[in-house]
Design a protein. Structure first.
Length: 673
C-alpha cells in the first residue's frame, strides 16, 4: 500500500508498506479421540516513510532557520516540532523511517475428545525481529509556555507562549538522534491446557490455565542504555548492553538490562448455564487473568536512543542554560545525558477480568442481555522525575541526578461497568441493537489512563514516526507520591448509548421477497445501515504550564483548587478559571488528574450498499458511506491549560480546542470476479 498524509501546514508525507503472510498447518488423527495439530506461521512487514522535506530542503540548516545542534542528515531535513501550551496548533512533520519486522512462529497442540470432555493442550513459540532505521526526534522540539515573556510582564498581564516564540525563546527543548539502525530481538513462549466440559445438557464449564512468557528485548549489537541507580536516586551512571555491569551498584544485568518476569500464569474459567429447561434464559459467567506481554517494544526504543550511542537531551530554559531558537539544543552542565531509565526488575502488568451476563429472548424476535463487567489491573506502568521539587522549593539534593524519566511498575487500575442490550434478530430484512452502558474507571497507571495529557518533552518523541507509548505516557507530578495520580482514567465515559440498525430490502415475506419485475430489480437487495452514538464527556486534566524546575518537562504541574464552582462560567468559556489558582510556593498543585469532564460526545453515521451481478460469477459492489450525516458540529475537548484568572492564557481556559469532523461522503465501487 502507498499513501500520502497531508498536515495542517500542507506538508505531504509519503508512506509505503509491503507485507506478506504465510502459514502451513498439519493435522494428524490417531483415533476418534486423539488429534495432533501443528503449524508454522510467517509474517513480514516493511514500512517506509518519506517526510515532506527529506533530501529536498534543509530548512533547519544555516541557510534558512539556522538552528544548531539538531540532525543534519538529508533524510531528516525539516522543521523542529513547535508546541504551545495555550492550545495553538503545533508545528510538526513526520520523521524518515525504514522499518522491517518479521515473526516466525511454530505451534503444537493435541486435542482429546472423550465423553463429555473436550481437552486441548499445547504451546507456541514465536521469534520476533524488529529491524528499525529511524531517529526518535532528530529535528528536536521546542515548547513554549509563556514563561520567557512572563518574566518581564507587569502584575496585570502575563507572558504568552506565542510571544515567547516571536522573541525566539523556548521554555524547554528536547532532542534524540543517533543510533538510527536498531535490531531488536524477542522470543515469546506460551503453554496451555483447557477442558470444555459438558457437565449436563444445561451446564457447560470451560476451565484451563495458560502460561505466557515474553522475554525482555535485546539489541543485536548490545546498543541499549539504562541508568544504574542506587536506593534513593542519590547517584546514577549509564549501564550499557555491551557491558551490563553497574558502576554504581556493582549489579550484573542481563543483555536486555531488564530482568525477565516469568510469572505469567493465567487461570481461565467460563460457565454457561440454562437454569430452567426449555427456557431461553441463559446465565454466563467468566473469570480470567491476562498478561500484557507487549510492553517491551516501546521501552527498548527509549533505551536505544541515549548516550553514549546517541545524543539525547531534555533542557529547561534558565540563567545557567539559556535557550534560543538558534541555539536551543545544547548540553548544559546541569543536563543529564540520558533522559530515560527503567526499573531493572520491571514487572509485567496483568489484568483480572470477570463477567456475569443474563440473556433471555422476548416476543417479536427480541433478545435482552444484562451484563456486568469488572477489570482489575496490577503492576501497571508509572513514571516519575526523580529528585525534582515544586516551583519555589529549595533543592533537597543538589548533587543528585535529575532530568530523566524513571519508569516503574507500581500502577493499578479498576473498571466496573453494567450494560443493558436489546437486540432485534434479523426479520423481514431488519435488525437492530441498542446498547446502554454505565461505567467507571480509575487508575494511577501512566499508560493505561495517563495518555489524556502529554508532557511537552514527550510530545517531541511522539512526533517521531513509531513513537513509543512509553514516550507519551503521563509523568507523576510528585515523584515521591505517584499514587497521588490516582483518578479517573482518560477513557472513562460514565454513560454511553449506542444504536445500530440495518435494513435490507426484499428480505422476508414482510419485506417484499416476492417482489418481481422492474420494481424488484430496482428496490430489492439494498442495505441501509445507521449507527448513532451519544455519551458523556471524557476526563481532562488541568495543566499549569510551567516546566518542572531543573528538567525539560512541562505540562506536568497542575494548579490548586480554590473551592469555586468549576462549571460556572460566562461568555464562550465552558469552565470557570476562578476555580483554580497557582500552586503555593514550594508545593505541588492540589487539582487532581483527569478532574475535568469534557464535552458530551455525539456521532451519527450511515451507509447504503448493494451488490450487482452483471454476468455469471462477476460481482460489482457499490457502497456509499457518510460520517456525521447531519453535519452537526460537536466540541471534543476544552482548553484546560490554566495560568491565572487575569492572565492571557487563562482567557483561553475552558474554551473549545477542537470539534468533530464535518460531514464526509465516500463512494466505493469494487469489481469481483
Amino acid at each position: 500500500t502507498r499513501a500520502a498524509n497531508v498536515s495542517l501546514f500542507n506538508f505531504v508525507d509519503a508512506t509505503g508498506t509491503l507485507g506478506m503472510n504465510a502459514n502451513a498447518h498439519w493435522t494428524h488423527r490417531f483415533n476418534s479421540h486423539l488429534f495432533l495439530f501443528t503449524g508454522y506461521t510467517f509474517s513480514r512487514l516493511r514500512t517506509e516513510v518519506t517526510p515532506n522535506f527529506a533530501d529536498r530542503v534543509n530548512i533547519s540548516g544555516p541557510a534558512d532557520a539556522n538552528i544548531g545542534g539538531n540532525d543534519q542528515d538529508p533524510a531528516d531535513w525539516g522543521p523542529p516540532t513547535l508546541t504551545f501550551a495555550s492550545g495553538i496548533a503545533s508545528l510538526t512533520d513526520a520523521n524518515s523511517e525504514f522499518n522491517r519486522s518479521q515473526t516466525d512462529g511454530v505451534s503444537l497442540s493435541a486435542g482429546i475428545y472423550r465423553g463429555r470432555h473436550n481437552i486441548s493442550a499445547g504451546g507456541d513459540f514465536r521469534k520476533q525481529d524488529y529491524n528499525d532505521n529511524f531517529q526518535q526526534n532528530p529535528r528536536g522540539t521546542f515548547a513554549f509556555t509563556g514563561a520567557a515573556t512572563a518574566n518581564a510582564a507587569t502584575s496585570a498581564t502575563s507572558g504568552s507562549d506565542l510571544a515567547d516564540f516571536l522573541i525566539g525563546v523556548p521554555d524547554t527543548s528536547a532532542l534524540a538522534y543517533g543510533n538510527a539502525d536498531k535490531y531488536f530481538r524477542e522470543p515469546v513462549y506460551d503453554l496451555f491446557v483447557n477442558d470444555d466440559w459438558r457437565v449436563y445438557p444445561s451446564l457447560t464449564v470451560n476451565a484451563g490455565i495458560r502460561w505466557e512468557y515474553s522475554a525482555p528485548m535485546t539489541e543485536l549489537h548490545g546498543r541499549l542504555v539504562n541508568l544504574d541507580l542506587n536506593t534513593g536516586f542519590t547517584a546514577g551512571a549509564p549501564v550499557l548492553g555491551t557491558d551490563p555491569v553497574g558502576s554504581i551498584t556493582g549489579a550484573h544485568y542481563p543483555a536486555s538490562l531488564i530482568r525477565p518476569d516469568r510469572r505469567g500464569i493465567e487461570p481461565r474459567l467460563g460457565i454457561a448455564w440454562r437454569p430452567i429447561p426449555a427456557s431461553t434464559l441463559v446465565i454466563r459467567a467468566s473469570y480470567g487473568v491476562y498478561d500484557d506481554t507487549s510492553v517491551y517494544q516501546s521501552l527498548v526504543l527509549d533505551m536505544a536512543q541515549q548516550a553514549p550511542f546517541s545524543k539525547s537531551l531534555s533542557v529547561a530554559n534558565s540563567a545557567a542554560c539559556p535557550l534560543t531558537l538558534a541555539d536551543g539544543f545544547v548540553n548544559c552542565a546541569s543536563v543529564t545525558a540520558d533522559t530515560f531509565a527503567i526499573d531493572p526488575s520491571y514487572r509485567i502488568g496483568y489484568a483480572q477480568v470477570w463477567q456475569l451476563a443474563v440473556q433471555r429472548d422476548l416476543p417479536g424476535a427480541l433478545q435482552i442481555v444484562a451484563t456486568y463487567n469488572g477489570i482489575k489491573g496490577t503492576h501497571g506502568a508509572q513514571q516519575i522525575l526523580p529528585n525534582t521539587e515544586p516551583i519555589g522549593a529549595a533543592v533537597a539534593c543538589p548533587g543528585c541526578p535529575t532530568g530523566f524519566v524513571y519508569r516503574t511498575s507500581g500502577g493499578n487500575s479498576t473498571r466496573q461497568s453494567g450494560q443493558l442490550q436489546l437486540r432485534r434478530r434479523l426479520k423481514d430484512g431488519f435488525t437492530a441493537t441498542l446498547n446502554y452502558t454505565y461505567s467507571k474507571s480509575i487508575d494511577d497507571d501512566a499508560v493505561l489512563g495517563g495518555q489524556g495529557y502529554v508532557t511537552a518533552s514527550s510530545q517531541s518523541q511522539e512526533a517521531a514516526s513509531g513513537a513509543s507509548p512509553a514516550a507519551t505516557a503521563a509523568i507523576a507530578q510528585n515523584w515521591l507520591d505517584p499514587r497521588a495520580e490516582r483518578g479517573l482514567s482518560s477513557f472513562d465515559q460514565r454513560q454511553l448509548l449506542n444504536l445500530t440498525a440495518q435494513y435490507t430490502s426484499g428480505e422476508g415475506l414482510g419485506g417484499g421477497t416476492l417482489l418481481s419485475g422492474w420494481r424488484g430489480r430496482m428496490l430489492k437487495e439494498w442495505t441501509l445501515e445507521g449507527t448513532l452514538s451519544e455519551g458523556t464527556g471524557l476526563p481532562e486534566t488541568p495543566i499549569y504550564p510551567l516546566d518542572v524546575p531543573g528538567t525539560g518537562y512541562s505540562s506536568i504541574i497542575r494548579p490548586s483548587l480554590t473551592g469555586a464552582p468549576l462549571y460556572t462560567s460566562s461568555g464562550v468559556a465552558h469552565l470557570n478559571a476562578a476555580a483554580f489558582e497557582a500552586p503555593a510556593a514550594g508545593q505541588w498543585g492540589t487539582a487532581g488528574r483527569d478532574s475535568i469532564t469534557g464535552p458530551n460526545q455525539f456521532s451519527l453515521n450511515s451507509s447504503l450498499a448493494r451488490t450487482f451481478r452483471p454476468h455469471g460469477k462477476t460481482y460489482l459492489d457499490l457502497t456509499v458511506s457518510a460520517s456525521n450525516v447531519l453535519n452537526h458540529p460537536e466540541f471534543t475537548a476544552w482548553n484546560t491549560v490554566w495560568d491565572n484568572a487575569a492572565l492571557s492564557n487563562a482567557q483561553q481556559f475552558g474554551r473549545p480546542t477542537a470539534a468533530n469532523s464535518m460531514r464526509k461522503l465516500e463512494t466505493t465501487l469494487r469489481l469481483r470476479f
